[in-house]
Design a binder for this molecule. Structure first.
Ligand code: ADP
Length: 250
């Protein structure tokens, strides 16, 4: 793959063609590299609960008298749950964007946020400011999932307040989720969207996080022609989703 085309000196068409070919090869090579890395990270993540499961069951089968069966079963179920959520998230990640003809419908982001906030119960205070005029075109299930991932994280990192806001901005609709927890330092603000990145591994794994939540959320935002970023906020972490407004109905 990495065999590059010789680039003749000069500016003629052949030289330009050779440069374009090499640039394409470079992009392809880095895409393949990312794919390999992903496969290797995914295997590693899956191996951890499998190893736990195996050790636990082996021990129980070799020393049945030393083991409390209900506790062994409970631990095995916990590991199985974890495997299941990783596999579910991996499949979801693989599907988003390649969905081809997923039906898009007009979705009012404020109504969607109100419904999701109403459906959940929170241990923390929720402040919401939901504006009119934030209708986008999208796949409802995916946008609910995106918001759900942001809310899950916010709840994990604060025990005080989560603020949810929607508002129009020129030809875009914005949805922000802000918590007043530990926040995310500027150098980590891109990294958190990478698959399996955890800034605080013990806390996040303990809480059942797969490390895929934000990767999925960003993938969904991009499949909708939008962006998802972390922005500065004096309170803590602030996630900003920006989606193109739906064109007015004809
Ligand atoms: P998970 O939460 O499953 O670990 P995510 O992709 O959702 O995976 O998040 C990746 C990492 O980003 C988290 O492990 C955490 O370190 C950091 N993070 C996400 N949301 C927040 C937040 N609201 N405040 C502080 N850190 C966060």
């Amino acid at each position: 793959l990495s065999r590059r085309v010789p680039e003749p000196a000069g500016e003629d068409e052949i030289a330009q063609l050779a440069r374009t070919a090499n640039a394409t090869l470079d992009r392809l090579e880095s895409a393949v590299g990312r794919q390999r890395q992903f496969a290797s990270d995914a295997s590693h993540e899956l191996r951890t609960p499998i190893a736990g499961l195996r050790a636990n069951l082996e021990d129980a089968s070799m020393h049945p008298e030393d083991n409390d069966l209900p506790a062994v079963v409970e631990q095995a179920l916990h590991d199985t749950d974890r495997l299941e959520s990783i596999v579910t998230d991996l499949l979801l990640l693989a599907r988003i964007g390649t969905g081809g003809t997923v039906a898009q419908e007009p979705i009012d982001l404020s109504a969607l946020a109100a419904a999701e906030l109403g459906r959940r119960t929170f241990q923390v205070k929720i402040e919401k400011e939901l504006a009119h005029g934030v209708t986008v075109r999208g796949v409802r299930m995916q946008l609910v999932r995106l918001l759900g991932n942001l809310l899950d994280n916010a709840e994990r990192y604060t025990d005080r307040v989560i603020a949810v806001e929607t508002f129009p901005d020129h030809d875009h609709a914005l949805l922000t989720v802000t918590d007043d927890g530990v926040g995310i330092a500027p150098p980590d603000r891109e990294r958190v969207f990478e698959r399996f990145t955890r800034l605080d591994s013990a806390r996040s794994r303990g809480a059942g996080g797969t490390g895929l939540g934000l990767a999925i959320a960003r993938e969904i935002a991009q499949a909708h022609g939008g962006t998802l970023r972390v922005e500065d906020d004096p309170r803590g972490a602030r996630f900003v989703l920006r989606l193109p407004l739906a064109p007015p109905e004809a």
